[in-house]
Design a protein around this ligand. Structure first.
Ligand code: ADP
Ligand code: MG
Length: 717
């Protein structure tokens, strides 16, 4: 599509006028109208990038990279020059950069180093309707920043649909611009069946029927995730190949999901081959963030995969759930961008009207808030996290859960004030527990090892197909096929020291094999993910080095300030040699487990021998089993599993499981336990230390229940 003909272009003048007259502007325009790619160019052309960069946030890293790539092409410049991007662990910008696409998480991080965001003249918070946790936090942070930087900072909020009024009220009654998109009528066809038992099969049937019987026009099918999409692509290709010759045109089937390599992802933007129909099978990424052109038929099973977290039990889940009316409308709208279209909904009209929610719950109301709360606590204004100016306030229980975890990790003190340790944790670009483990590893003298483990954990999907290491588990169940295959990875997996040590050993062996791709393939590892782990490793090492240098610099200043009085006193800062006199030195793997133990103290679980399971120490946590995708944890000579483990994730629906586990020693656990008793969450919220006239005038939620004390975890005597 020619960028000049996009609806946003026709409204360039209005947009510029609104931005000139107000420091905050909300722009609402249909998906595909050109918000992400055109607005920054319009602003840059009008000179808004002259005194500072224009930064545009995206909730997904791939959307940020893809938008930067597209805009650099449109402007005819090299990616990384005038147009660049920065996402976690990856950046391509230069001193020439005027338009910079970033993830919302990255902009939050930049705010820590430069609270005024002084390198930017315009901030555009894009895809605001998605209401990602990070974008929601940015709303509050930028609202106060716009007020303090006055006219020097322009803020644009761009969104695909709906509630402009709510945003405008929140942002000091700012102007709202509505940019209508091109929208042809879309006929909605609901199924008559009350219960579609297998939505994937049903979707495939509709696609085939459509392909054989309907006039030309591309198809867009919404499924829930990578595995499902790959399977669907395979099934469709096979089904089309099985059709009698000459029944219909060829069908080009393309997958589209966030983890797809960039080259494959951009195929959906290429013109459909002559005499061929295209069918794109996508996740909800195609709902608003990536626009597939020329779609005439949409197949909508009405489902989406959604992460949620229960703060009362500490359990997370990744479930296929029913979409909301807003999403259903967005999906249907995708069929009418170039001509009248049709949307086949695999649910009844009655289901749509009676069972579906109106809007999707914002992420802030269904996720763990540990990182977000640590972030807010780190901002220079001592923010009372219970009264931060949220667009929609999170649940009280979720805030309390986050505060309790941060206290256990030592990131905040008993009065809820951020500690030196907490500040250091916030500076590392990983979740709080992993950051704590990295800092602990400096003391345990296994930093190199821990950085490898953190990189491997951050790379995700290391194990091809199975989602977990081969050969498992304590109960003797094995994964069948992989047991016979004797390769380096299966041999390592049998050592039985849990996931962290296994990840470390895998990386070290791969390094020893000269980072050979063949080594990964033979071991059933994803070459792409392993390479990503190597890139992250390099980046993280630099982050840790920076942190150390800053800490060392500060210690130096302090020491000279305090003069001779306190000479010889130990600093509380991480330091490579600070635990030399800490008793017998541990071997590298035990040291690593110890650092992991300290880092994941908020996710400790105690063996319940009688139930062959573990009970996490979090209040309200259920008795759980080790998940089959966790690495083997060896039993002792009595056949008992280790008494203590730490885990990354407690998840599940009916049956709770612990995933990514590491056995830890009793002597490391005991010192951690006293801290977990008698936590007074009301003190932790930090309300008491809030300075008068802080940036958060609106009491978004009341300050808590009865006495503010949390239910206590069941601690072993
Ligand atoms: P919005 O943000 O309003 O949803 P975008 O600015 O993302 O719209 O997209 C505007 C148009 O540019 C759409 O028609 C889309 O298909 C097209 N487009 C976006 N990215 C690319 C790309 N990487 N390659 C080709 N076309 C693209
Ligand atoms: Mg967009």
């Amino acid at each position: 599509m020619d960028p000049a003909s996009l609806p946003i272009r026709a409204h360039a003048k209005e947009i510029l006028e609104a931005v000139r007259g107000s420091s905050v502007v909300v722009v609402i325009g249909d998906a595909g109208s050109g918000k992400t790619t055109q607005i920054p160019q319009i602003l840059a052309k009008a000179g808004y990038g002259d005194d500072g960069k224009i930064v545009v946030t995206q909730p997904r890293r791939l959307a940020a990279i893809s938008a930067a790539r597209r805009v650099s092409e449109e402007m005819g410049v090299r990616l990384g020059a005038e147009v660049g991007y920065a996402v976690r662990f990856e950046e391509d910008t230069s001193s020439k950069t005027v338009i910079k696409y970033v993830t919302d998480g990255l902009l939050l991080r930049e705010c820590l180093a430069d609270t005024e965001l002084s390198q930017y003249s315009v901030v555009m918070l894009d895809e605001a309707h998605e209401r990602s946790l990070n974008t929601d936090i940015l709303f509050g942070v930028l609202k106060s920043l716009v007020n303090s930087r006055k006219q020097a900072l322009k803020l644009l909020i761009t969104s695909a649909t709906l509630d402009g009024k709510k945003f405008s009220e929140y942002f000091m009654n700012c102007p709202i611009l509505n940019v209508p998109g091109v929208c042809f009528p879309v006929e909605i066809i609901h199924t008559m069946e009350d219960h579609v038992s297998n939505y994937m099969q049903a979707a495939m049937d509709v696609v085939l029927d459509l392909h054989v019987n309907q006039p030309p026009g591309d198809i867009l099918v919404f499924l829930t995730g990578q595995a499902e999409i790959q399977k669907a692509v395979e099934l469709l290709n096979k089904a089309v190949a099985d059709l009698p010759e000459d029944t219909c045109d060829a069908l080009q089937v393309l997958p589209l999901y966030a983890a797809l390599p960039m080259e494959q992802q951009s195929l959906v933007f290429s013109p459909t081959p002559e005499g061929c129909r295209r069918c794109v099978v996508a996740t909800n990424i195609a709902e608003t963030s990536i626009t597939v052109n020329n779609v005439v038929y949409v197949v909508d099973p009405g489902t989406v995969k959604q992460k949620s977290y229960n703060p009362l039990t500490g359990m997370g889940s990744l479930e296929v759930v029913t979409i909301s009316h807003v999403q259903a409308k967005q999906r249907a709208g995708r069929a009418g961008r170039t001509q009248p279209g049709k949307c086949y909904r695999l649910y009844t009209k009655k289901f749509h009207d009676k069972e579906m929610a109106d809007i999707t719950l914002p992420e802030i109301q269904r996720t763990s808030l540990t990182s977000a709360v640590l972030y807010l606590k780190t901002l220079p204004l001592a923010i009372d996290v219970l009264r931060f100016d949220y667009l929609d306030a999170p649940k009280m229980e979720a805030l309390e859960d986050a505060l309790r975890q941060l206290y256990v990790l030592g990131a905040i003190d008993i009065d809820g004030k951020i500690t030196t340790l907490g500040e250091q944790m916030a500076q590392l670009p990983v979740e709080p527990s992993l950051a704590r483990a990295l800092i602990a590893s400096m003391e345990c003298r296994c930093l190199d090892e821990m950085v490898i483990v953190a990189a491997m954990l951050s790379a995700e999907n290391i194990f091809e197909d199975t989602g977990g290491p081969p050969d498992r588990d304590a109960a003797g169940r094995s994964r069948g096929k992989s047991e016979q295959e004797d390769n380096a990875v299966t041999r390592l997996a049998r050592e039985g020291l849990g996931d962290h040590v296994l990840l470390l050993r895998i990386y070290q062996e791969w390094e020893r094999a000269g980072f050979a791709p063949g080594w990964c393939r033979r071991g059933g590892l994803s070459v792409r993910s392993m390479r990503r782990a190597r890139d992250i490793h390099k980046q993280l090492k630099a982050n840790v080095r920076d942190l150390r240098r800053r800490v060392a610099g500060r210690d130096e200043t302090r020491r000279s300030e305090k003069g001779s009085k306190k000479r010889g006193r130990h600093s509380d800062a991480p330091h490579e040699h600070s635990c030399e006199e800490r008793g017998r030195s541990l071997d590298a793997q035990s040291a690593l487990r110890k650092a992991v133990c300290v880092g994941f103290a908020n996710r400790l679980a105690h063996r319940m021998a009688a139930h062959n399971g573990y009970r996490p120490l979090a209040p309200g946590a259920p008795l759980s089993q080790l998940h089959p995708s966790s690495a083997r944890v060896s039993a002792d000579s009595d056949g008992l599993l280790p008494e203590w483990i730490v885990y990354h994730e407690c998840f599940g629906l009916s049956r709770p499981f612990l995933r990514q586990v590491c056995p830890v020693d009793d002597e490391w656990v005991q010192p951690l336990l006293p801290k977990m008793r008698n936590i007074e969450v009301k003190r932790l919220s930090g309300g008491a230390s809030e300075p008068a006239g802080s940036a958060c005038p609106k009491p978004a939620v009341s300050s808590g229940g009865a006495d503010g004390a949390l239910p206590q975890p069941a601690l072993p005597a």
